[in-house]
Structure formats: C-alpha cells, structure tokens
Design a protein around this ligand. Structure first.
Ligand SMILES: [Zn+2]
Length: 81
C-alpha cells in the first residue's frame, strides 16, 4: 500500500458492483500486475516461448504494466499489437 493512494476512491468501483464480472476480474488483474505482459510471461510464468521481455511497441524498454500505462514512447501509427 502506498500512502498517496486514496483507498476509498480507488475501491469505489468494486463496492458498487455494477460491472460485469469479466471486466472486474480484468481490472483486478491489472491492479495485481498479473496481466500477460512480456515481463510477466518471461519472469513470472517463465514461458519458454517468451524470448524477450522488451515492449512490443517501442522494443526498447521492458514491457511491464507500468511501462504500458505511462512509459511507452511509440506513436499511434505504429500501434499494431
Ligand atoms: Zn514500450
């Protein structure tokens, strides 16, 4: 837990319960950082088919959730995921 995060506001969407289960599960997975990024696949799952943990867009930085949300430098033109 980080002190600057508003727990009340951050969890309102969960308490309201007006979201489809699939979407709720997906958002919880993002919060828990268990989305299938290349970093997750290579270092956590240790999938032998994942050769690189580099980002699929910029191919320079490590593909983590933080990088996808805040860090990728790619322009929309080369978004071909
Ligand atoms: Zn990137």
């Amino acid at each position: 837990m980080q002190a600057h995060i508003n727990q009340e506001a951050s969890n309102t969407w969960l308490r309201k319960g007006n979201m489809y289960g699939e979407k709720e599960g997906f958002m919880v997975a993002i919060q828990d950082q268990v989305i299938n990024t290349r970093y997750y696949s290579k270092h956590i799952i240790k999938d032998p088919n994942t050769i690189t943990d580099k980002c699929r867009l910029c191919k320079q930085q490590i593909e983590t959730i933080d990088h996808i949300i805040t860090g990728t430098q790619s322009t929309p033109e080369d978004t071909t995921m």
